[in-house]
Design a protein. Structure first.
Length: 395
């Protein structure tokens, strides 16, 4: 009887993706805190600042009405129009509101993009190192992630030559590019992005641009793929620049022919995005001054780290172009592997934290202020090594 019950609840093969290690480390840290331990939180890629005040005020006002109903599957029309206006204001490119799809964070955007673009078995090119859930989501959906190694010679970004070489070896149906990238913090210059988009389209490869760190660019201005092609699928979010990670709201820009397929998927998978988050997101655009002040804080932390980390023995790091990551070259001596279990890193974090009362969750940097950045430099000097629980330093 017990064996029969176990067969009934046997997990599907598609559910056997590796864990997102950051979240496992976060859970391990929560257990430490629950037991009375002290934790310095540096593992999750999120700002320490709250959502902009206009967003909070709008959400509060919406709650006072007493009704938070479903919205249209594609999102509140006013929010879609405001996002479209954002492209005109920031990038001087016209995007029709009808092409905007509001999503439950960028994570839902990736799921909708992959489902609407690819059949099971499709091969999708990704830069390595890169954001692990890209490949995990693709795998769960029956697609094959194709990792394309990057190096210092290419500023840790995918190149046309590498993409075409992978495609010639065995055709790929899609490519996903992020700039600024997680976890490296590197960016692709406009001309290189344009070349990638053009090469992909010439080969019939569908192009997805992850732009969730746009707005947090320091070395040079980020360019949106919307400036380069109406066929690209763009994914963005209110999580990073607008400091709204827990509100779980993002958006897509999709080609006209994908609007209805994505709408049908959204109707069935989510019905609609949480209304309260949409109301707050619409108002968040009025909080630009707050968000720019937060960005300037990141820039100062960036300066402190670049100047201070060499004194901690970390004198070589990847280009610090954008986002809030700083990655020492030493971190990439062992590349992230889809097959390496996260449990080893979790156990290491717990051992280090129990010994020092400060878990070595990803050896990232505190995020709040220049004082936090200075604290990170001091932490690195005490450690004099890079624990294996993460690959990056976050500000």
């Amino acid at each position: 009887m017990l064996d029969a019950a176990r067969r009934l609840v046997k997990p599907s093969a598609r559910s056997g993706v590796p864990p997102f290690m950051v979240m496992d480390v976060m859970a391990a840290a929560a257990r430490i805190e629950a037991a009375g331990g002290r934790v310095v939180h540096m593992e999750v890629g999120q700002p320490a600042a709250p959502a902009p005040q206009p967003a909070i005020a709008a959400a509060r006002a919406a709650l006072e009405t007493g009704r938070i109903d479903y919205t249209e599957a594609l999102g509140i029309p006013a929010l879609r129009a405001r996002i479209a206006r954002h492209y005109a204001e920031r990038y001087s490119v016209a995007v029709e509101p009808e092409r905007i799809v509001v999503t439950t964070g960028s994570s839902a955007g990736f799921i909708l993009a992959f489902l609407s673009l690819f059949e099971p078995g499709a091969r999708v090119a990704l830069a390595n190192p890169g954001y692990p859930p890209y490949r995990h989501i693709l795998t769960a959906l029956g697609c094959e992630p194709v990792l394309i190694d990057t190096s210092g010679a290419t500023r840790w970004a995918m190149t046309v030559e590498a993409l075409i070489a992978a495609h010639r070896k065995k055709p790929v149906q899609g490519v996903l590019v992020a700039s600024p990238a997680n976890p490296t913090g590197t960016m692709i210059r406009g001309e290189a992005l344009a070349a990638l988009v053009a090469a992909a389209e010439a080969e019939g490869i569908r192009f997805i641009s992850d732009e969730i760190y746009h707005g947090l660019d320091y070395a040079f201005a980020a360019q949106t793929a919307a400036q380069l092609s109406d066929n690209a699928v763009i994914i963005n979010s209110f999580s990073k620049y607008f400091c709204m990670t827990g509100w779980r709201i993002g958006w897509m820009v999709v080609p006209p022919d994908l609007v209805r397929p994505v709408e049908r998927l959204q109707q069935n998978l989510a019905i609609s995005v949480p209304t309260l988050s949409q109301v707050a997101a619409l108002a968040a655009f009025d909080g630009r001054d707050e968000m720019e002040a937060v960005k300037h804080g990141y820039e100062e932390n960036r300066r402190i780290l670049i100047e201070g980390l060499p004194g901690a023995g970390l004198d070589k790091f990847l280009p610090v172009d954008g986002a809030f990551y700083l990655s020492p070259n030493a971190c990439w001596r062992r590349r992230a592997s889809p097959r390496r279990p996260a449990s080893t890193s979790i156990r290491r974090a717990e051992r280090i934290s129990s010994a020092s009362a400060t878990p070595a969750r990803p050896p990232t940097c505190a995020r709040r202020s220049s004082g936090s950045a200075i604290g990170c430099v001091g932490w690195a000097k005490r450690r004099r090594r890079v624990p294996t629980t993460s690959n990056n330093h976050r500000w």
